[in-house]
Write a protein that binds this ligand. Structure first.
Ligand code: DAH
Length: 344
């Protein structure tokens, strides 16, 4: 074979490689010069026609040209890859100094903040959450809670009646009776958060709809000390370690004895101020030992089982916590009010 054939083939291959500016073009060049049917391979094929003494030298020359072309191709591939990467990085460049677009964050209504906090505290003490219907029967809302027809306690909870025996529940206490009936004599440890309704005129401290969290614990050997310790723990977690509670004797038809629970005023530390109306104490909830009649009516033997119950007004807790003076603010969804609870 003529040396010039091989040299000119190599030169045209190296030129083509130098000119190629994309990966596709490189692939075409590789196919043209190094594929099985390429002129270079044809030159190799001619080896068998040569005199054996010439073969070794001829083969070495063709292979060296092939190696040169192949190396040039690989080198060009590397250059093109680097070029492509640079172009990609260039096109995806981010200017970190540009001002960002910030999303306006809303705020949680303080009602839900407090409701979740109270719930979490009791879940932490091993309570479960129980629920009941808001449209309730007279039987569960009153009768099973030891408030028979004509009982004067009904007057304090005038309600929205759907018919003579159906009403919007006036408190979460009917969930006590519902839970007792569902648990069929087994120990109970539940809280029941939910909406309640009363036919009240709305003003700064009253609303026809508000929310409570009921608590009910039933087991053997339960006494008032357990209720006090439970509420003390709740108050310290909710209002801080320094807060104290005091139990005052009260009356609810479904508990005996009944208590009203006060917490020492966080504002003045008990000295007396406008928040606690000069008394040093703020009333936060009602509770007591479950009345034997209530236990009996829902299937528990009061000689074997005792229990305590309590009811917390959620809005009231939120109002005290945040110094909200009008309960209606909580319901109105006015951003000027809600924005004050944004996390900063
Ligand atoms: N149900 C009562 C109310 O709405 C609150 C209450 C008081 C619930 C004492 C209780 C309790 O469970 O033991 O006024």
């Amino acid at each position: 074979m003529e040396n010039t054939d091989l040299e000119s083939l190599k030169t045209s291959a190296l030129n083509a490689i130098a000119k190629a500016s994309t990966m596709d073009e490189i692939t075409l060049v590789r196919n043209e010069y190094l594929a099985k049917k390429s002129p270079l391979m044809a030159l190799l094929g001619k080896m068998k026609d040569l005199d054996p003494s010439e073969r070794a030298e001829y083969g070495a020359r063709v292979n060296s040209a092939k190696g040169e072309i192949s190396n040039a191709l690989d080198a060009k591939v590397k250059i093109l890859e680097a070029k492509e990467l640079r172009a990609k990085l260039e096109s995806e460049k981010i200017d970190l100094t540009l001002p960002g677009t910030s999303e306006e964050q809303g705020a949680r209504n303080p009602f839900y903040v407090v409701k979740d906090e109270i719930t979490e505290i009791f879940l932490g003490m091993g309570y479960e959450v129980a629920e009941g219907p808001e449209v309730e029967s007279d039987h569960f809302n009153f009768e099973l809670l030891n408030i028979p027809k004509d009982h004067p306690a009904r007057d304090m909870q005038d309600s929205f009646y759907i018919d003579d025996n159906t009403l919007l529940r006036t408190h979460t206490s009917p969930v006590q009776a519902r839970t007792m009936q569902a648990k069929k004599g087994q120990p109970i440890k539940v809280i029941c958060p939910g909406k309640v309704y009363r036919r009240d005129d709305d003003d700064a401290t009253h609303s026809h709809q508000f929310a409570q969290i009921e608590g009910l614990l039933i087991d053997k050997d339960v006494n008032l000390g357990h209720l006090k310790a439970t509420l003390e723990l709740f108050v310290k977690k909710m209002y801080g370690e320094k807060r104290q509670i005091r139990l005052r004797s009260s009356y609810f038809p479904f508990t005996e004895p009944s208590v009203e629970v006060d917490v020492s005023c966080a504002e003045c530390g008990g000295k007396g101020c406008s928040v606690c109306k000069g008394t040093g104490w703020i009333e936060i909830l009602g509770g007591g030992m479950v009345h034997p009649n209530v236990l009996t009516m829902s299937g528990y033997d009061p000689k074997v089982y005792q229990g305590f119950a309590f009811g917390i007004g959620i809005e009231r807790v939120a109002m005290l916590r945040y110094g909200i003076e009008d309960i209606r603010r909580i319901y109105q969804n006015d951003l000027r009010f809600l924005d004050q609870f944004k996390k900063r």
